[in-house]
Design a protein around this ligand. Structure first.
Ligand code: M6R
Length: 606
């Protein structure tokens, strides 16, 4: 939800801002803008559309030459995408960029209007620009301190005062912001990829801390102006990890990175053939004591939780409730001391998941975060963290993050089942070894990309699709369906195969293709019966199952053949063709695969 950057150094600031913003476009891309100190003051250029449109505008209307500035790429919340609503927003003495939502902006706007301020945009952000102007008395940190004590909501703000040349100020609360530290240059950015071209060193800014970039250096203060020493972090991945590396899209690259991502995530957590989660403070004894588990997340991360639920309940016999974070946080859930809440998030910044985590802590539950982004808000606030080592996921459609999230759930389930004595040590070792072998299976499925492309060519003109499955295959169907929807814009639904005949089958005709997933051998015949029912009503069926299973022509039009492993682990190879089918369908429809319309990678507003 919006990306912000800032730069102070010796380089061409406009160039640095554009380069850095290009690494944040996944956060929003309906408009872009920069503000840069030029000789005679702050110059602004902004426009509706992608970053490329901003660059063209700058070339057309005049590059802004300077060494200090701020930039923004927007995902609209308040006000349509338009030139006027694009950031930076200004007042007489202030220019700002903002990521987040100012919840009390209407009240503040009313107050400022009474003081004579006039507003030109429909955004909440403009209120902050005017409020900074209202309070500005020559003391920037004091002014920012006053403003943040009045605004409610979430924000990462990059600020420039026209009377204080060549200096960038920034502050955050509940929206991410890092401070990049280079040689004689310093940066602010919503995410690490934005600075990787220039430096791998950065500080993590805490809530309400204020950073000042000046003379190529960064100094951090609390809101009362007291200096704060920050720990320097070093990004453990480089520019290459954040580039497409020869692939047509980040999504395809990330799908192909899954074998490595799983290996990197699980290997350090297997000791002598047994799962070992002690790195996060989760001991076997502690695990054994939990009576209820809640998994709270959004979107794809929530779907990973559904796989986790099946696996934990099946192996460990501990009840698991999977909850959509935006519902969970407002429904006064019944949580207590002996409960474990697992929050799952690639970005670690999803607003609803973060608030659900905070609420769970307040209610006394232990919290465990499964998170990809190091130092993110969720990672910092949870009692325990298990990082998924997937590297940066840039494509808005999540693929490798889902894969490593489910890999971590397997480790949790195996250790928990063993801790509860629901499985023997021998069984735990067998399952752990099978998990360690799954990267190879993913590689096998990746070889079937061409077949997935062919299937996509058969789906490309469909208006509706159904995904069906039972048990773990149903959980997987939900993810397959979401993936297709978000990037191909084809409407699809996922259904428990046995539930179809209770209503939804009335939709099935020759123009409703069905993707059926049948990897759970105990349920295979049942799913086949359901598939025959849709086939009998004219649906074209794509059947995803074990390679060795014979599938008659009255069951499927196309079969996707999966390498076999333990049934419980089958979601790992089985999700790959669903990802590839979604990917190729989107490509064939000519969509912007990595930046689907209306979406953003990191959803930092509720
Ligand atoms: O960063 P998070 O994992 O918390 O994000 C949660 C969802 O917004 C995310 O998974 C979303 O559903 C993806 N675009 C799906 O591909």
């Amino acid at each position: 939800m919006c990306g912000i950057v800032g730069y102070v150094g010796k380089k061409d600031c406009t160039r640095v801002l554009l380069d850095s913003l290009s690494k944040l476009e996944y956060r929003g891309y309906d408009s872009a803008g920069v503000a840069v100190f030029e000789n005679d003051g702050i110059k602004i250029s902004k426009t509706k559309g992608r970053l490329a449109a901003l660059e063209q505008k700058l070339k057309r209307e005049g590059w802004i030459n300077g060494h200090c500035g701020i930039g923004h790429t927007r995902w609209a919340t308040h006000g349509e995408p338009s030139d006027i609503n694009s950031h930076p927003h200004t007042s007489a003495r202030v220019s700002i960029v903002h990521n987040g939502i100012i919840e009390n902006y209407q009240r503040l706007k009313g107050f400022l209007e009474k003081k004579g301020y006039e507003f030109e945009s429909q955004t909440d952000t403009e209120t902050v620009a005017k409020l900074l102007d209202f309070y500005f008395d020559g003391d920037p940190i004091g002014t920012i301190g006053k403003v943040i004590s009045e605004i409610e909501g979430s924000y990462a703000l990059g600020i420039m005062f026209s009377e204080l040349p060549d200096t960038v100020y920034a502050v955050r609360k509940d929206s991410p912001l890092i401070v990049g530290i280079g040689e004689d240059e310093a940066f602010i950015a919503s995410d690490v990829p934005a600075i990787l071209k220039y430096t791998r060193n950065y500080y993590l800014l805490d809530h309400e801390e204020i950073v000042v970039l000046k003379d190529g250096k960064a100094s951090v203060f609390d809101k009362h102006g007291i200096p704060i020493e920050k720990e320097l972090h070093t990004a453990d991945w480089d520019m290459e990890a954040a580039e497409k590396g020869g692939y047509a899209h980040f999504m395809l690259k990330e799908i192909n990175e899954q074998p490595t991502a799983v290996k990197t995530t699980i290997s350090p957590r297997i000791t002598d053939g047994m799962p070992d989660l002690s790195e996060c403070g989760m001991t076997t004894e502690k695990l054994a004591a939990y009576k209820n588990i809640f998994v709270v997340a959004c979107g794809t991360a929530m779907h990973a939780g559904l796989v986790g639920k099946y696996v934990i309940e099946q192996l460990a016999r501990v009840p698991v409730a999977v909850e959509v974070a935006s519902e969970f946080r407002y429904r006064n859930p019944i949580l207590s001391d002996g409960d474990l809440v697992i929050v799952v998030s690639q970005s670690g910044e999803t607003a609803d998941t973060l608030e659900a985590l905070r609420m769970s802590k307040r209610l006394g539950a232990d919290t465990l975060a499964i998170v990809n982004v190091k130092g993110s808000s969720i990672a910092r606030e949870a009692d325990m963290v298990l990082y998924t080592h997937a590297g940066p996921e840039i494509s808005v459609a999540s693929t490798k993050a889902y894969m490593v999230q489910i890999a971590v759930f397997y480790l949790v389930a195996f250790e928990l089942a063993y801790a509860k004595q629901a499985i023997s040590e021998e069984e735990c070792r067998r399952l752990t070894a099978a998990l360690a072998a799954v990267p190879e299976l993913i590689n096998v499925v990746l070889q079937q990309a061409e077949q997935c492309k062919y299937i996509a060519s058969k789906l490309v003109n469909a208006s509706n699709l159904l995904y069906i499955g039972r048990g773990l295959d149903y959980a997987l169907s939900m993810e397959g369906s979401l993936k297709l929807k978000e990037i191909s814009y084809i409407h699809s639904e996922s259904y428990a195969a046995g539930e179809l005949k209770h209503g939804t089958i009335s939709l099935v005709t020759g123009s409703m293709p069905v993707i059926a997933v049948a990897t759970q051998r105990e349920l295979f015949d049942k799913t086949v019966s359901n598939v025959k029912e849709v086939k009998a009503r004219g649906a074209k069926v794509i059947f995803v199952t074990h390679a060795y299973k014979t599938v008659e022509s009255d069951v499927a039009d196309f079969k996707i053949a999966l390498p076999t492993t333990d049934d419980i682990l089958m979601p790992i190879p089985a999700v790959v063709p669903l990802q590839l089918i979604a990917y190729y369908t989107s490509v064939l429809r000519g969509n912007d695969v990595d930046k689907p319309r209306n979406l953003a990678k990191s959803v930092t507003v509720e």
